[in-house]
Ligand binder design. Structure first.
Ligand SMILES: CC(C)(COP(=O)(O)OP(=O)(O)OC[C@H]1O[C@@H](n2cnc3c(N)ncnc32)[C@H](O)[C@@H]1OP(=O)(O)O)[C@@H](O)C(=O)NCCC(=O)NCCS
Length: 169
């Protein structure tokens, strides 16, 4: 567990999934960071969490004043076995808590845990990144841009590019 003033970062538990579901739903409904368009319910988010921790992959939450205000996880980039040392990260903060340095603390903690889990390369798959701050966050954490897919998503009537950022750990 890490702390910074009143912020703690710890492993997520099943009980955190109601907060995680609410945070993610807002991003699904209002943002381009995820390509999902229908917010998954709590049972689905619980099942995704359960599968990830069962595989030994890190799933962390940021907590302030007893409230879960962000979460991040790393999972194998693609299912096929030769990808086993390559992880893909996801990170979402409550929209009320962005631009306070929390994303950076959470991502740095996740990188350490991803290394412990056996990942050697980490990939950020970032859509609409300049707008969301995700590219800036990944850059600040030592990632470099390695690829660009143009117009591969469409949400809210807009085409979306995807940027791949990578870091060896
Ligand atoms: C991306 C996200 C996790 C960033 O978290 P955050 O707590 O706001 O980021 P931080 O405050 O820790 O900032 C980290 C760095 O990125 C920069 N940054 C963050 N948001 C930015 C923005 N919107 N525009 C420009 N720079 C930004 C900060 O200046 C900081 O750089 P520095 O440390 O060199 O000063 C958060 O904005 C979020 O949840 N976005 C929507 C979901 C998303 O895009 N997730 C990524 C999908 S993989």
């Amino acid at each position: 567990m890490r702390s910074n003033a009143d912020l703690s970062i710890r492993d997520a538990t099943g009980d955190d999934m109601s907060s995680v579901t609410a945070i993610y739903a807002r991003h699904v409904l209002t943002g381009m960071a995820t390509f999902e368009v229908d917010p998954p319910g709590e049972a689905e988010m619980h099942s995704r969490w359960f599968k990830m921790v069962g595989a030994g992959w890190p799933y962390l939450v940021a907590v302030r004043g007893g409230e879960v205000i962000g979460y991040a996880y790393a999972a194998q980039f693609r299912d096929r076995a030769a990808y086993r040392h390559t992880g893909e990260m996801s990170i979402y903060l409550s929209l009320d808590h962005v631009r306070q340095g929390i994303g950076r603390l959470l991502l740095e903690a996740l990188i350490e845990r991803a290394r412990d889990a056996g990942f050697r390369q980490l990939i950020g798959v970032i859509s609409d990144g300049e707008a969301s701050g995700s590219i800036a966050l990944h850059r600040a954490c030592g990632f470099e841009t390695v690829g660009l897919l143009r117009n591969v998503g469409e949400k809210f009537g807009r085409l979306i590019d995807v940027v791949f950022m990578q870091r060896a750990i």
